[in-house]
Design a protein around this ligand. Structure first.
Ligand code: HEC
Length: 250
């Protein structure tokens, strides 16, 4: 049996039939075009042996496109991410309570002045932070000493603000200054976008430092009153007074 089969295979010669050869050639050529085209059109699916990454169901962030290979969306509403719960806010973001849009300009400012208090104690670190913030973000308009002579103000540049040493500015409550820095005031823009709340409170401290350097409270300067001998009164705020313009500086 085995011998005859082997004999047949050995002696087999494919008869040369011209039209049969041509038909085979055309069939092979046709399949060589047809199969890749069907793969391309998605009618033939290649098992994910080679290209598993491309075939896995996946969601493109914030897209609404169909995502898996069956063309089904990730979630039934077609959105690939869940929507945040109403009222969601970003981390480290706090809603400022005294919005001008809610209370109006004057009422918002008054409420802030009455209800907001500086959460930072005037330690040397916090005062240094305030100085850094002020010298970076406020100095261009208000000047290093609050004299409204910043590097960005002048003819053809920004309009100068008022001096921070006016009686009005010195009379502002801390919360009022925080409010101005947070929501802005007239030509002064809000600084809530680059500065978080603590940095803004630190800047408020530095405004106070500048103001008390020019108009010290009793006890701020050593030897000016009996208060100066008490611990803590001069230590945290010991800075030299700003000289009157043109008096001591060349
Ligand atoms: C782009 C310039 C500019 C910058 C920067 C700026 N301010 Fe002002 N600021 C002004 C102007 C202008 C006014 C006056 C607004 C008005 O007319 O009511 C003002 C007003 C103020 C007032 C009220 C003064 C008053 O007499 O009513 C305070 C306090 C103040 N700024 C603090 C700051 C602090 C703190 C910063 C830094 C975080 C800062 N400003 C950054 C321009 C600026």
């Amino acid at each position: 049996m085995r011998g005859r089969l082997a004999e047949y295979v050995r002696s087999f010669r494919l008869p040369f039939v011209p039209w049969l050869w041509k038909a085979h050639l055309y069939a092979i050529a046709g399949l060589a075009l047809f199969i890749p085209m069907q793969i391309y059109l998605g009618n033939i699916r290649i098992p994910p042996l080679i290209n598993g990454m491309a075939w896995q169901p996946k969601a493109k962030a914030q897209s609404t496109a169909p995502v898996n290979s069956e063309g089904q969306p990730f979630f039934s509403d077609g959105v690939t991410q869940r929507r945040p719960v109403p009222g969601t806010i970003p981390r480290e973001y706090s809603v400022y309570p005294y919005q001008v849009a809610v209370y109006g300009v004057d009422e918002a400012r008054n409420l802030a002045g009455q209800n907001l208090f500086n959460p930072l104690s005037p330690t040397i670190e916090n005062l240094r932070m305030g100085e850094r913030v002020f010298d970076t973000y406020c100095q261009p308009c208000h000047g290093y000493k609050g004299l409204a002579d910043g590097s960005a103000v002048g003819p053809g540049r920004l309009a100068a603000p008022n001096s921070l040493h006016s009686d009005i500015a010195r009379g502002y409550k801390d919360g009022h200054i925080f409010h101005i820095v947070t929501v802005g005031q007239n030509k002064m823009p809000s600084y809530a976008w680059p500065l978080n709340a603590l940095q803004r409170w630190a800047a408020v401290h530095h405004v106070r430092v500048l103001q008390r350097a020019v108009n010290p409270l009793p006890g701020d300067l050593p030897g000016t009153s009996a208060l100066s001998t008490q611990a803590g009164t001069t230590e945290s705020l010991s800075i030299a007074p700003v000289p009157e313009e043109g008096t001591s500086e060349p």
